[in-house]
Design a protein around this ligand. Structure first.
Ligand SMILES: Cc1cc2nc3c(=O)[nH]c(=O)nc-3n(C[C@H](O)[C@H](O)[C@H](O)COP(=O)(O)OP(=O)(O)OC[C@H]3O[C@@H](n4cnc5c(N)ncnc54)[C@H](O)[C@@H]3O)c2cc1C
Length: 403
């Protein structure tokens, strides 16, 4: 169905179509059809993904894609993450599954970077400790990791976050709160952005630290109810003097720079989720329009409907070709801060347009909980908010363009 309904639009050729990546696409599509799609409605109802899914995804070699084999990953780069995300969504996965199953995708890179830094300065024991205690268990699917940046007072202005780390003997004590944290209910380790410096230091006073949810002073997470992404648990977290040993600080004062660096790949990944969700919604709509008859003829026989499908396909293809190209440039080491922001905006706009049209052409069924496009419509809404709200991204783009 997917291939049949896709327009033969130009694709960024080459790296997305190697034999290895074609095999990866098949592997992920089969995994999704077998282990995800049949259970998704049940997970949506309970509001979280089973831990077993993480283990199964790890065993299939999917969970660790994009992480070096030396730390327990499956290897590969952002292009492999793109291929994996496309395949998962087009085979009937969801934005919620991508968010919840791969929350370590935004949390662990900071830990891997710190392990690399420790190795480079000869602290092999410190590097191995991070790999063995944090990185490898998460990539095996035995532990779940979250990234906690956003606070109740604000998420866009990261440089002014307030969660405070006070120096004590043998480390730090963290007090404050975080909100809207993906996988925060189930998390076994939380990479949290905290202020180790003064408020006046702004971005330079921020560090990333590892928080253990079992530590004293770490309150039971509050599960939040959401418009979409139901199968991805989202939490409010509160800390009151949580002890962080010195070895669990991922570079004092380096937190903001680390977040800014990895925001780029996060934004590209959100763009991929956006156009892949749109592709799936388009496929479902083409299928529906062929089968559904009104006034004695299939919907697809109406020129108005066909032209709308063409417009949906056009927007998906533009977003896909542009985003894939940005991901390729990222993988080749180019600075793509600006194009990543533009890709996110382009793909999110395409997704919002397509899921809206998908619901419309499904008629009453599109409004029903039992229809898949209804879920994509709700799931899509967060993509222009998370990973940097569109307006904030436009501000960043204006600065980068010198406007
Ligand atoms: C389902 C979900 C999952 C999430 N997962 C995580 C997670 O795992 N970890 C994490 O740290 N955070 C997470 N977030 C938080 C997300 O990153 C923030 O919601 C986002 O960064 C916006 O922050 P905010 O909600 O505090 O909005 P605010 O910063 O209060 O901004 C509100 C709105 O104001 C507008 N705005 C803000 N600043 C400007 C400006 N300068 N100019 C013009 N308009 C502006 C934007 O439209 C913005 O949406 C998640 C959020 C959701 C909904």
């Amino acid at each position: 169905m997917t291939a049949a309904s896709r327009a033969p639009a130009p694709q960024a050729p080459g790296p997305y179509d190697t034999p290895e990546r074609r095999a990866l696409r098949t592997l992920v599509a089969e995994f999704t059809a077998r282990e995800v799609a049949p259970h998704l409605s049940a997970w949506e109802q309970v509001g979280e993904l089973p831990r077993d899914l993480h283990r199964k995804a790890a065993a299939a070699g999917i969970l660790g894609i994009g992480f070096p084999e030396g730390v327990g990953g499956s290897g590969g780069d952002l292009i492999d993450v793109v291929v994996m995300t496309e395949a998962l969504l087009e085979a009937g996965g969801s934005g919620g599954v991508v968010a919840g199953l791969f929350s370590h995708g935004i949390a662990l890179p900071h830990v891997v970077d710190e392990a690399d830094r420790r190795r480079e300065r000869g602290d092999r024991a410190g590097a191995d400790d991070l790999v063995e205690r944090i990185i490898a268990p998460v990539l095996r699917g035995d532990a779940i990791a979250s990234l906690a940046v956003t606070e109740p007072d604000g998420g866009s202005d990261v440089a002014h976050l307030r969660t405070r780390a006070a120096r004590v003997e043998n480390g730090w004590q963290v007090s404050g709160a975080k909100v809207y944290i993906t996988s925060g209910v189930r998390a076994d380790v939380v990479v949290a952005a905290v202020r180790t410096g003064t408020p006046e230091e702004a971005a330079a006073g921020i560090s990333l630290v590892l928080l253990d949810p079992r530590a004293q002073g770490y309150a039971a997470p509050r599960a939040l109810e959401k418009m979409g992404w139901w199968c991805s648990d989202t939490a409010e977290l509160a800390f009151d003097g949580v002890h962080v040993p010195e070895g669990d600080v991922l570079g004092e004062g380096m937190g903001f720079a680390s977040l800014a660096r990895h925001f780029v790949s996060e934004r590209i990944s959100i763009a991929v989720t956006a156009y892949s969700t749109a592709q799936r919604a388009l496929d479902l709509t083409v299928d529906w329009a062929r089968k559904r008859e009104t006034f004695g003829r299939p919907l697809v026989s109406r020129q108005v409907v066909r032209h709308a499908l063409v417009e949906m396909a056009r927007q998906v293809d533009v977003a896909r070709v542009y985003t894939r190209d940005v991901a390729r440039r990222y993988a080749e080491g180019e600075d793509v801060v600006l194009p990543a922001v533009q890709a996110k905006k382009t793909a999110v706009a395409a997704c919002e347009y397509v899921v809206d049209r998908a619901v419309q052409f499904h008629g009453g069924m599109g409004y029903m909980r039992e229809s898949e496009v209804e879920r994509h419509y709700r799931d899509a809404r967060v993509l222009g908010i998370g990973g940097g709200a569109t307006e904030v991204m436009d501000d960043l783009a204006a600065r980068l363009l010198g406007y």
